[in-house]
Design a protein around this ligand. Structure first.
Ligand SMILES: Nc1ncnc2c1ncn2[C@@H]1O[C@H](COP(=O)(O)OP(=O)(O)OP(=O)(O)O)[C@@H](O)[C@H]1O
Ligand SMILES: [Mg+2]
Length: 214
């Protein structure tokens, strides 16, 4: 690929807009039949997410605001993906302290959580349970996503945030999800770690400076 200035986020957004418009039109057609209204709503939500992700690539870092809203959107997104692709859902629990805010764009943080939720579901197709933790102490925010799956294989644990590290063979899996997570967290001045816990499961921990705290 050349270093052409047209191959920028703006160019990508422009061409993806055609994709989004096509999907929106398809949702419009589907929504006229009561049988498909739920699917039409899912498609519309997915299009809005796609648009927000593209927009977020050009956003400057500011306060993304309410963590509850970020988590609600991420849970809804993961549910849409899982319900329509696998017919399974995740059982969530939250231990979120009030007043935790995250720096940066909401869409970026939703991507972080969605990738972690989908990994948990894929690790435990029989019935993933995910506990989301969020707390703030001494100007440091700690976010945790803990699951009840088999845990991360020891062979890949040291390299798990590298691109192209994957144990999945299904179509479209490229071992990029956790690399995206780490990149977004690093862009916001934070770090992310992965470990396994007893009796079983994986824990991902993000630490970063509380927004608004210098
Ligand atoms: N919660 C988890 N439990 C067990 N293993 C995990 C978990 N999350 C990630 N992994 C392991 O880490 C690998 C890399 O995860 P990552 O999200 O980067 O890529 P992927 O899920 O394989 O593919 P992609 O996210 O690009 O669709 C996974 O293939 C899996 O082996
Ligand atoms: Mg993944």
């Amino acid at each position: 690929m050349s270093g052409d200035s047209e191959l920028t986020v703006e160019g990508l957004a422009h061409d993806l807009n055609n994709v989004f418009e096509t999907l929106s039109e398809a949702a419009e057609v589907l929504s006229s039949d009561p049988k498909w209204t739920k699917l039409a709503s899912t498609i519309r939500r997915s299009v809005r997410r796609g648009e927000r992700i593209v927009t977020s690539l050009n956003e400057t870092i500011s306060d993304s605001g309410d963590l509850t809203e970020i988590l609600d959107n991420a849970v809804q997104h993961a549910e849409d993906v899982l319900t329509f692709t696998r017919g399974t859902a995740i059982l969530y629990s939250r231990r979120v302290d009030p007043g935790v805010t995250l720096p940066g764009s909401q869409a970026a943080w939703e991507r972080v959580f969605v990738n972690l939720f989908l990994n948990a579901a894929q690790a435990n197709p029989q019935g993933a349970e995910v506990e989301i933790g969020a707390s703030c102490s001494g100007g440091v925010v700690t976010l945790t996503v803990t699951d009840n799956g088999p845990g991360i294989p020891a062979s890949i644990l040291p390299a798990i945030f590298e691109p192209n590290v994957t144990t999945k063979k299904s179509r479209g899996r490229r071992g990029l999800g956790l690399h995206i997570v780490q990149s977004i967290v690093a862009d916001h001045g934070g770090t992310v770690t992965a470990r396994n816990h007893q009796p079983r499961g994986a824990v991902f921990t993000v630490t970063l400076p509380q927004s608004g705290v210098a």
